[in-house]
Design a protein around this ligand. Structure first.
Ligand code: FES
Length: 178
């Protein structure tokens, strides 16, 4: 009855969000609990969404993960939510195009301690961006849901999210783009 109106309030980013980091989950507290991590004070420190190959995270953090031009780096200094279980980051990975929507959103989460998952971030139904609920991925547009493997668990989505290879170490999470 009145539900359709409520749903339309949430129509986010369907194909038009070309902004810098789009965040989901527990995210963005400038540098609150960053004990021991040196976030550099330059404005350039916020360019994580379009980063090229990782170079560690500034002084003091050299990643042990393999790096190349096809690896997208989400350092913990720039994406502190990823250090928390249940945390997530939705970013635009320049050079990536998901199979369903040809968009560059990827979503990276830590569902359980030390486990990282990266998936394409655009819902395969009509390309809205998904978010992480703490247990699965959900699309706010028409309520599709996906499990941690990207498989559809509900709603009208016709295909899974694309699962991406990740490597994580003390510096951050590194996603290999296909
Ligand atoms: S766009 Fe995600 S369910 Fe329709």
């Amino acid at each position: 009855m009145g539900a359709a109106g409520a749903l339309s309030l949430f129509a986010p980013a369907c194909g038009s969000a070309n902004e810098t980091p789009v965040d989901a989950g527990v995210f963005e507290q400038p540098d609150a609990n960053e004990a021991g991590r040196d976030t550099d004070a330059k404005d350039g420190a916020k360019d994580g969404a379009k980063d090229g190959p990782p170079t560690g995270d500034g002084p003091g953090c050299a990643s042990s993960c393999a790096t190349s031009s096809s690896v997208f780096a989400l350092t913990f200094a720039k994406y502190p939510a990823l250090e928390q279980v249940g945390g997530s980051a939705l970013v635009e990975a320049s050079g990536y195009a998901d199979p369903a929507c040809q968009q560059d959103f990827i979503i990276v989460v830590q569902p359980t301690a030390g486990e990282y998952v990266a998936l394409s971030g655009s819902c395969t139904h009509a390309c809205c961006t998904v978010h992480f609920t703490g247990a699965e991925f959900s699309c706010p547009c028409h309520q599709s849901s996906y499990d941690l493997e990207g498989k559809v668990t509900g709603g009208p989505a016709p295909a899974p999210l694309q699962k991406l290879t990740v490597c994580a170490d003390a510096c951050g999470v590194y996603v290999t783009l296909p």
